[in-house]
Design a protein around this ligand. Structure first.
Ligand SMILES: *Cc1c(COP(=O)(O)O)cnc(C)c1O
Length: 358
């Protein structure tokens, strides 16, 4: 049965990745052992870790100051680990409040230093990305959430704050071409665009570290992970293996620039239907609409549940909106095929016909 999987995270993975991973579980590259059964420092896994780190560097075209780490604890641990390593007590960090995840990052940073929330989209339910805000020049860094998974907004262009830029790219990493070297630290949970749950990618400039005036627990110190080639302790080996296979797949698609074109097409297909179909509406400001998470609502609220039931019959899954915002959300991450977006669009048209529209 073919399912069209629009889940927001964990989410769809490329078929090839699942197929190769299933082979690796049973017999990893002819070793007679499963990838789950070998040492994280042994000759089987070491090349996996090295290739994963090298592929991130290559696909993001990172300069030599950057280190690539695969760390435990998901993106949520980074909400804390970033200020733990970078923000001294008494110092200020600037944060942009563009949604639930951004707000969680702000909450953690407040445990370590002063937080200046330089802008917030909260007053209009996070339906737009605030513009025209100013950043205090003495702030240690500016933190942004490049794509707001729950509300369906995305920074179309990156701010240029004149201080180091830190980004949570969990839900749009490698989905578009960016100058990643403009950042000082980038982190992302792997389970949306680059693999499965259990590991976060952290790309950090070495020159950005080393100024913390507090004791950092060893496992939380980025420098320790850098010195140990990202295997200070047992890393989540299977999640890293899946990430490596997904990164290979991303490279085979042509990398960030090629994916950006595909992702643009997919998003346009769906937004055009929402804008033209009288039964649906997208509340997000047009210029800030996410290409990854398309959030929309039913113009006749009584049709929300019937549409979800209709989708179920068409094998379209995962389009119920987040519990905090309601409505619908279709996530169009890198691995989402264009054909599945077409199926969703057809379903919306058919549903409108059945309800006397169009
Ligand atoms: C999903 C998500 C997170 C949380 O990731 P975890 O790996 O579950 O901690 C953080 N930030 C953004 C933007 C997300 O989409």
């Amino acid at each position: 049965m073919q399912v069209h999987n629009f889940n927001a995270g964990p989410s769809i993975l490329p078929n090839e990745v699942l197929y190769q991973a299933s082979k690796g579980i049973l017999d990893f590259e002819g070793s007679g052992m499963s990838i789950l059964e070998v040492s994280h420092r042994g000759k089987e896994f070491t090349p996996v870790m090295e290739e994963a780190r090298a592929l991130v560097r290559e696909l993001m075209q990172l300069d030599d100051d950057f280190e690539v780490l695969f760390l435990h604890g998901g993106a949520s641990t980074q909400f804390m680990q970033v200020p733990f390593n970078l923000l001294n007590s008494g110092e200020t960090a600037a944060y942009t409040d563009t949604g639930v995840w951004a707000a969680k990052a702000i909450k953690e940073a407040r445990l370590f230093g002063e937080v200046d929330v330089v802008c917030s989209g909260k007053d209009d339910q996070y339906h737009h990305i605030p513009k025209n805000f100013s950043v205090p020049p003495q702030a240690r860094y500016l933190h942004i959430t490049t794509n707001n998974t729950i509300y369906g907004t995305q920074w179309a262009s990156m701010p240029d704050p004149g201080i180091p830029l830190v980004a949570d790219m969990s839900s749009d990493i490698l989905s578009r071409q960016l100058d990643f070297n403009r950042f000082s630290l980038i982190y992302a949970g792997a389970q949306k665009n680059t693999g499965t749950a259990g590991v976060a990618l952290v790309m950090v400039r070495k020159s950005f570290l080393g100024e913390a005036r507090r004791s950092i627990p060893t496992i939380l110190d980025y420098r320790v992970h850098i010195q140990n080639g990202s295997v200070f302790n047992t890393p989540p080996v299977f999640a890293i293996y899946i990430a490596m296979l997904t990164l290979r797949w991303l490279k085979a698609q042509g990398g960030a620039a090629a994916l950006e074109k595909i992702n643009e097409r997919k998003a346009k297909l769906l937004y055009d239907e929402i804008d033209n179909n009288p039964l649906f509406h997208c509340p997000v400001a047009v210029e800030d609409r996410s290409r990854m998470n398309v959030c929309f609502v039913a113009t006749r609220p009584e049709l929300e549940t019937p549409f979800l039931d209709f989708c179920k019959k068409e094998n379209i899954v995962g389009i119920k909106g987040h519990r905090s915002s309601g409505g619908f959300r279709a996530s169009l991450y890198n691995a989402m095929p264009e054909e599945s977006v077409q199926v969703l669009v057809e379903a919306m048209r058919e549903f409108a016909r059945q309800h006397g529209e169009g």
